[in-house]
Write a protein that binds this ligand. Structure first.
Ligand code: F6P
Length: 543
């Protein structure tokens, strides 16, 4: 059993060092090292990562990488890439990195030729997508497919919707996508309300094919389709395809397994975008753009697997997160993409990071004695600036932030992109360096207002810049964060690849459903609050 990380010399050294850093301002760190802004940077594929505006020195980074070595991070990375069962509680390999291996790579795990299997499914996806995009695959009445509705939730929704939105500029082939996830009936209602069933294709995405929300929405979609077409079950085959690991359940639902695209239990839901789960994205942007996204992922995978800790971007950023969460007391982490197309990126990252690292038990079953899993949140700039940045600039909390921006816009209109990016650069500088009382007073500010207008600065951020938001850079960004998650999980000695915490709520919802529908009157061991709430609901519900 590994020692509690907090008892190691490396952890204790960081604790001591944190006291010194608390007394240091980013202004001093920059003044003391004119090259800091260029030195504290790392490049990975097309991403330029500037971590100079973080509350760290060379010593901090040395201590953090020593901690990574102490917990065996490099060995854990190697184990993941080799297909070891590092998801111990489910006894599974963790191989999302295999989804983006090139065709000529070799990887056999548990007797399975993983690369051959991955590329066989990708080939089928590409052929299917080309048929739909070319109008060869038509609906039941002979209409061309124009709208794809992805039905799924969690990893079966957030990855596809995030990537579809991010890559809208690359859409071609006349297919637009919509996404239904919530079991709130308004979601499927509003999503389908103005659609023509004759030209609509549903992609039902569920790893298990047993998720309540997805099945309820898929059943409703089928009723809507058949009623709209005034057709029988035979119409389903041309309007429904499935993405799942469970062929039996797909066929029980009524979807022909020939119209199913599979993946494997070694792909976690929140890591599944580069598998068949990305089918709706592929339908929208086409197979070669989708391949570019996978190549982007792969470039960062290779960097993570091979770069030394001091030059390894996901490792460094993961270790910085540990620094803030465990040594400087940060509770949350903001992700601020300066790209409207990335408006679902923070939501996607919430599942990736919080479902992965929101754990309080170590891999060996002991409770952790330290904080894990920061709360990730964010909004695209500049909207966030006019909402919550006030707290970032003058509030009392430490909120490390990632700023993500692009040199080239996807649509160049006048000087708007330059104005946009001037906000991007201004914010990280203002957060870091602020404005002193002397500076504020020198501007002629009345004395009584000076304290209100002082900007303390010393708010840390990391700046991530790519040339343009493309399928490749999107893949790189997602892989960067996936590997940040693994890095943090290794330090915390937790399993980022299970999600037992979401089970209880699902089980209880299924138990309570008969009380709400009226099929059952009482439930014996229900608490008084929930009992009273349900009684009230039933009394007021008009059917
Ligand atoms: O929210 C829990 C969860 O199991 C996620 O991990 C997963 O992405 C989501 O539900 C959907 O699961 P499925 O793809 O099996 O429908």
């Amino acid at each position: 059993m590994a020692a509690d990380v907090t008892t190691t010399d490396e952890w204790q050294a960081l604790r001591k060092h944190a006291d010194e850093i608390r007394a240091t301002h980013l202004r001093d760190l920059f003044a003391g090292d004119p090259a800091r802004g260029e030195r504290f940077t790392v490049e990975v594929a097309d991403l330029y990562v500037d971590y100079s505006k973080n509350l760290v020195t060379d010593e901090t980074l040395g201590l953090l990488t020593a901690l990574a070595e102490r917990v065996g991070l490099t060995e854990r990375i190697a184990a993941m890439f080799a297909g070891a069962h590092i998801n111990g509680t489910e006894d599974r390999a963790v191989l999302h990195t295999a989804l983006r291996l090139p065709r000529d790579a070799a990887l056999t795990v548990d007797g399975q030729d993983v690369v051959a299997d991955v590329h066989a499914v990708r080939q089928r996806m590409a052929e299917f997508a080309e048929q739909v995009r070319a109008g060869q695959w038509r609906g039941h009445t002979g209409e061309r497919i124009r709208t794809v509705v992805n039905i799924g939730i969690g990893g079966s929704d957030l990855g596809p919707v995030m990537a579809y939105e991010a890559l809208k500029a690359y859409r071609d082939g006349g297919i637009s996508c919509r996404f239904v996830s919530n079991i709130d009936p308004t979601d499927i209602h509003d999503t389908t309300a103005d659609l023509d069933p004759a030209s609509t294709l549903f992609v039902v995405v569920s790893k298990t094919f047993s998720t309540q929300e997805t099945l309820a929405n898929a059943h409703q979609a089928r009723r809507w389709l058949l009623a709209g077409l005034n057709a029988g079950e035979e119409a389903v085959a041309k309007h429904f395809v499935a993405v799942s690991t469970n062929e039996q359940r797909v066929s029980d639902f009524g979807i022909d397994p020939a119209n199913m695209f599979g993946f494997w239990d070694w792909v976690g839901g929140r890591y599944s975008l580069p598998s068949a789960v990305g089918l709706s994205v592929l339908l929208a942007i086409g197979p070669s753009r989708f391949d570019e996204m996978l190549a982007g992922y792969h470039a960062v995978d290779e960097h993570f697997r091979t770069a030394p800790p001091a030059r390894n971007a996901p490792m460094l950023l993961g270790l910085l997160n540990i620094w803030y969460a465990n040594f400087l007391g940060a509770q949350t982490h903001a992700v601020l993409p300066y790209s409207q197309y990335l408006h679902r990126f923070p939501a996607y990252l919430q599942q990736l990071t919080m479902e992965s690292n929101g754990k309080s038990v170590r891999t060996g079953g002991q409770p952790v004695s330290y904080d894990t899993g920061e709360i990730f949140w964010g909004e695209p700039g500049t909207n966030g600036q006019h909402a919550f940045y006030q707290l970032l600039h003058q509030g009392t909390r430490l909120v490390p932030a990632d700023f993500i921006g692009f040199n080239e816009p996807n649509h160049d209109i006048g000087d708007m992109h330059d104005l946009f990016m001037s906000n991007f650069f201004a914010q990280t500088a203002a957060l870091a360096f602020g404005r002193t009382a002397d500076q504020v007073a020198a501007e002629g500010t009345p004395a009584e207002l000076v304290p209100h207008r002082v900007m303390p600065g010393n708010h840390p951020s990391t700046t991530i810049v790519a040339d343009q938001l493309t399928p490749a850079t999107l893949g790189q960004l997602v892989a960067l964060y996936e590997h940040i998650v693994l890095t943090e999980g290794a330090i915390w000695d937790i399993n980022p690849f299970d999600q037992w915490g979401v089970e209880l709520g699902k089980v209880m919802a299924n138990q309570l459903a008969p009380l709400l529908t009226g099929d059952r009157a009482e439930m014996a061991d229900l608490d008084s609050s929930t009992t009273a709430l349900i009684r009230r609901y039933r009394a007021q519900r008009r059917r």
